[in-house]
Design a protein around this ligand. Sequence first.
Ligand code: SAH
Length: 478
Amino acid sequence: MRIHTVSGKATLDFKDQEAVACLTSSLLFRDFQLRVHLPPGRLIPTLPLRLNYLLWIEDLISLLPVEYHENVCGVDIGTGASCIYPLIGSKKFGWKFLATEIDAENFEYARKQVQDNYLEDYIKVIKVNGVESLRNIVGNQSFTFTMCNPPFYAEDNEKQKNNRPSPRHDYGGQEMEVAVEGGEVSFVKKIVEESKFLRDQILIFTTMLGHKVSVKPVKRLCEAAGASVCTTEFCQGRTMRWGVAWTFRQIPFEKCLAVKREKPKPPMTWVVPQIRFKEKAYTVKNIDAATVNILDSLKMMIEPIRSTKYSTMYIVKANENTWVHQRRRRREEKRQKIGQQIEISKQVSVEANNYCEETDTIKVSAESNICEVMDTETGFCDSSSPAESSNFQRKRYLELETVDELDSKRIKGDDSFNYSDELELEPTHLVQFKLSVQKTRCDIVLSVTWIDGTGGIDAMNQVLVYLKRELTKNSNKQ
Ligand code: SAH
């Protein structure tokens, strides 16, 4: 087992079962003071994924009335040789477990793990035969939840049938640990059917699934049984697993929103046409300045992320739509202004009790405003120049950094920006996207990458259309 590369970096061969087993045992000991022997040839659990499943169950339990937060007991269906869920569940959360296992050898190993960790008061491992129903196993006991990491594959072994490249890891496992007749859906189907009879004894039923395609059929089975369902995704590095929970009680599952890993959206790019910049130098600096001006006029929040001679980047955010029907909006504003002035003039005139003067005033102010409206029809950022519109907070340009400095920052992993932090802080904006102006070999490219927002990607696309139009119009005028 090699743990160091020639450069001295710690590494692990995830195809080496012994190495993976050693890692899991070490982590279980380091983080939970659990002494776990993972026998060779048996399924080797990886810790982060198992912990994620338990943490999700903890979240689900938190949705129950407080009286259920104490004395939590769970059933682990198919506990495996490691008995990993009950071991962590009891050590970390103080939960009690009934752990079932069909395989005689796994059952013995699991029992030994419990004994080795002095957790007999918390975990009861029982040998089942696979024919007996969950109802029989549970008897008249009550449980807070059930959990299960079912054998993922059908018995004819999809694992080999799938023309997939060989996995980057090998968690071992005997055939009966990883495969079951009909695959995981048919395994879980039995639990769902049983759950109907256990609705008064067990509050929450859950299962993990190894294939995304299994999620829908399992969800449908639960719904057909009359249960409320919620799902989640467990993402651990390159490994994805899915969680399904169902209940026959009134539990606000909607509070445990389905977590979906969004595919990163590809950027929308636009090559700024050189021809439009004949009067101004076709440089990143000029295009960047014009872009910022337009965004300013739209009262968007612009946070600079980086700025070099060759590229600039910002996070742009808007809480309201200021780019659609801009002209109409301006016209409306003008009209309102005129209306207000007319009102004021009327009042003044009435107060002065001079009818003739009043009409004159109206005329003058109306005319001057109509002129302004006409102007804005052709103009690009009319009255709302950056200076006037700065009724919002915005950090200005960063100090210019050299490309070298930026690269060294990037190498150190310091990108000075963390999407997830942003998301947590302000989740209610209309649109948030990354905008960059970048020099390529012959052109300058403006690109936008959607981050989030209630307006969806469409909102960002509308801003891009607006930018395109205004940028080229603006450049022509200059
Ligand atoms: N929970 C462990 C093991 C999962 S592998 C982990 O997450 O690492 C699935 C386990 O279920 C295997 O140990 C297999 O022997 C067991 N099993 C298969 N069918 C079963 C059944 N009907 N009842 C109980 N255990 C079963």
